[in-house]
Design a protein around this ligand. Structure first.
Ligand code: SF4
Length: 485
């Protein structure tokens, strides 16, 4: 392992931001926190990672590794110990400097911190804890933080980090234990699932605690050691002074308020889409995860267990899995309805909802003026918002096709599966071959674009995908950080 000493902060940033590019589990949501006078930053649900590149990956978090050194040799990983790459590590202070400076300059809205395993899982987790503690308590950083929990680390450390982070994630890495044994010999399913369970329980206990407090109408007093004494009102009556002093983030914060997520690599091992989706469903049900992310495997290492170098990442497959994941989370589908052992892969030419509808033509057409919410959600081209709008609007009027368009229904797809007032939009037969041809023609160009999209490219923090003028490059930004611009 080639460990580089004496690198500048900028050189470290280049190495450790690039090394983080294979981690896709970095969206954020679900935490609302107002700014405070004595702290910097705020977090809003759905407002943190709102800047997305064309391939769906977010760009508004400072996404880095604490270190790209690693004691493990996971075959699929660019940072594995056997790879001959330049290694370096940030100190907690360096990460704080970068986060605060970038935040002040409005380049980022939060931090996404992952890491290789430096010395031991405990040592790495301790470094992560130190970083978060300094950010929250010394720099008073109130912005969003998503951090990786290190499998095998002491549960007490994970607990403490959980009180400083907004979201935590532990990568499942591969969909089955078999895949893990073959490709990640240093990890076991148990080492990954144990902290995942711990975080789930922590979130759950925290929620119960908060509900209890609400019921008892307790008011937490900042700075009190236990924060569980008599309510403020009572103390005031008894003549006790309300304690002064800075609020300690760790003491008062919720435990992992934005929930936990995980990530699986797709295409490095031979699991089917059916296996992957079943595991995803189980993770949502049994571990109450907020998100499961999929990462199309990019062939970067030469190994007989892995797809050959030069194999294209299965981006369209990844895309179908994301669409199916959406159907599980918001559309009331179950994994077993979308795929089975007999049909273990998604049709790459069709999105999973259309594919499902074509296999259940006996349920169509659906009359939009009568169908219930869950039935509307199953119609290709009708989404959560448009289904709700349909339900609301039809209370006062009978709906026709032009109304549906206004509600956001994608008639190019939905028109084959619905009636309005008993009539279909055209004279299209509800016949599988015809509909398959019509729907695949519809998506052909889009599918090709996804399948041929470039592999991973770490987005520059300073790149604006929506502006045509050239953005300042890292050099310019570095100069601005050091006051030279
Ligand atoms: S633990 Fe495995 S996946 Fe994680 S950085 Fe090390 S080699 Fe890579």
């Amino acid at each position: 392992m080639l460990i580089q000493e004496n690198l500048s902060l900028q050189q470290k940033l280049e190495i450790l931001a690039d090394a983080a590019k294979y981690d896709v589990a970095c969206t954020s949501s679900g935490v609302d926190r107002k700014g405070r006078k004595d702290a910097m930053g705020s977090a809003v649900s759905c407002g943190i990672c709102h800047s997305f590149a064309a391939d769906g990956r977010c760009v508004s978090l400072l996404k880095i590794l604490l270190t790209n050194e690693c004691i493990y040799d996971c075959k699929y990983c660019v940072n594995r110990i056997s790879n001959d790459t330049v290694r370096t590590s940030f100190t907690p202070e360096e990460i704080c400097t970068l986060t605060m400076e970038f935040y002040r300059r409005n380049y980022i809205e939060g931090l996404f911190l992952s890491s290789g395993i430096l010395r031991t899982p405990d040592y790495t987790m301790e470094q992560i804890y130190q970083t978060l503690w300094q950010l929250r308590e010394v720099h008073r950083f109130w912005g969003y933080i998503h951090v990786k929990a290190i499998p095998g680390a002491d549960p007490a450390l994970i607990e403490r980090v959980g009180h400083l982070a907004d979201r935590m994630s532990i990568n499942l890495e591969l969909p089955t234990g078999d895949g893990l044994r073959k490709l990640a010999p240093g990890k076991t399913r148990e080492k990954i699932l144990t902290p995942m369970r711990q975080i789930q329980h922590g979130i759950h206990d925290n929620r119960l605690k908060l509900e209890d407090q609400k019921q008892e109408k307790k008011i937490f007093l900042p700075g009190t050691p236990e924060s569980g004494g008599a309510p403020a009102k009572v103390k005031k009556k008894a003549g006790l002074p309300a304690p002064k002093g800075m609020l300690r983030y760790e003491e008062k914060s919720k435990f992992v308020p934005a929930g936990q997520s995980t990530q699986m690599i797709i295409g490095a091992t031979p699991e089917t889409d059916h296996q992957i989706l079943s595991v995803t469903e189980a993770l949502y049900h049994r571990f109450e995860l907020k998100r499961v992310f999929f990462s199309a495997y990019t062939a970067i290492n030469d190994d007989s267990f892995l797809p050959a170098l030069g194999t294209r990442p299965p981006l369209l497959r990844e895309h179908r899995l994301y669409q199916a994941d959406w159907l599980l989370r918001f559309y009331g589908f179950e994994a077993g309805e979308l795929l089975t052992e007999e049909k273990p892969y998604f049709n790459e030419a069709l999105d999973p909802k259309c594919d499902w509808a074509l296999r259940h033509l006996e349920l169509f057409p659906v009359e939009v003026n009568r169908a219930d919410y869950m039935t509307l959600l199953r119609v290709p081209g009708i989404g959560v918002k448009s289904a709700k709008r349909i339900l609301q609007a039809r209370r006062s009027a009978k709906l026709d096709f032009p109304d549906l368009k206004k509600f956001g229904v994608v008639l190019k797809r939905a028109s084959y599966f619905i009636t309005c007032g008993g009539k279909m939009m055209g004279n299209t037969p509800i016949e599988e071959d015809f509909l398959t041809r019509a729907l695949t023609a519809e998506d052909r160009v889009k599918n090709q674009r996804i399948a041929n999209a470039g592999a991973f490219r770490q987005m520059s923090l300073f790149e604006d995908f929506h502006v045509e003028n050239p953005s300042p490059g890292p050099d310019d930004v570095w100069k601005s950080l050091s006051g030279q611009l």
